[in-house]
Design a protein around this ligand. Structure first.
Ligand code: PEP
Length: 260
């Protein structure tokens, strides 16, 4: 289960990604925490892992281009512009310096009824604007207990990723819904099994490039479990919620890459 390389194939050249999702948390003073993260993001660490922070959209412009940590949004509309009150487009994210957008987070799927087709349209919007789509998938507790995890996430990854998906324009985050914000995580073996199934599905559909698409694990990642979870085969980084709000925690997770 443990791997000797970060990537499933030695052809994988991109660094792993640790992405932080601040959700609806933060304020203008959060830039200080963001600066602390950058202070701890040493050249040694940057050589091993890419960092991305996704603050609430109103803080994007303030944080983008502030330091060596990339900044992205937590959602976008699929259209370029128009009568969509309260929404923002991928082009707007790009225009203020955002380089990525999370699409299909379970809190969007559950809270706003976003479907796989909606998520795929948002991924295409991200590419249209020239930013990376971080596409989230994951099973519910009910589905996990019914033994449906692999079937559910395989269907989600198939339907949520458009045909033009590449390792350059897309990152996939596997996040079991029951592990988000709960302190619970699947066993390392369970994570490895799901990531293996997702990798197989990506390679089957996208060929060799499918072996390079970064597959993040998300759900209660913290410094104390990062070593175990991030060193698994086919786990190419993490999507982090709660622990991305504090520089020490976020850097503690990213710092796992110094140990491998
Ligand atoms: C998330 O919401 O993407 C997430 C993984 O949250 P947490 O790390 O708090 O479980």
């Amino acid at each position: 289960m443990q791997k000797t390389h970060h990537w499933s194939l030695n052809t994988m050249s991109a660094r792993p990604l640790v992405a932080g999702n601040w959700k609806m948390n933060g304020n203008p003073q959060s830039v200080e925490e963001f600066r602390k993260m950058a202070e701890g993001y040493t050249p040694e660490l940057a050589a091993k892992v890419e960092l991305l922070i996704c603050p609430p959209a109103v803080f994007l412009a303030q944080l983008a281009n502030e330091n060596s940590i990339s900044v992205g949004a937590q959602n976008c509309h699929s259209a370029v512009s128009g009568a969509h009150t309260g929404d923002i487009s991928a082009e707007m994210i790009k225009s203020v310096g955002g380089t990525a957008v999370i699409v299909g987070h379970s809190e969007r799927r559950e809270g706003y009824g976003e479907t796989d087709a909606d998520v795929a349209a948002k991924a295409e919007a991200a590419w249209r604007a020239g930013i990376t789509a971080v596409v989230c998938i994951g099973e519910s507790l009910e589905q996990r207990e019914a033994g449906e995890t692999i079937a559910v996430v395989t269907e989600q990854i198939t339907k949520s990723l458009p045909d033009a998906t590449t390792s350059e324009n897309t990152v996939v985050a596997y996040e079991p819904i029951w592990a988000i914000g709960t302190g619970k995580t699947p066993t390392a073996q369970d994570v490895a099994d799901v990531h293996k199934a997702l990798r197989d599905s990506l390679v089957e559909r996208f060929g060799e490039d499918g072996s390079k698409i970064r597959l993040l694990y998300g759900g209660s990642v913290k410094p104390s479990n990062a070593d175990e979870l991030l060193n698994l085969a086919n786990v190419n980084g993490a999507l982090v919620g709660g622990a991305s709000l504090k520089a020490d925690d976020f850097l503690g997770i990213a710092g796992a890459y110094l140990n491998f």
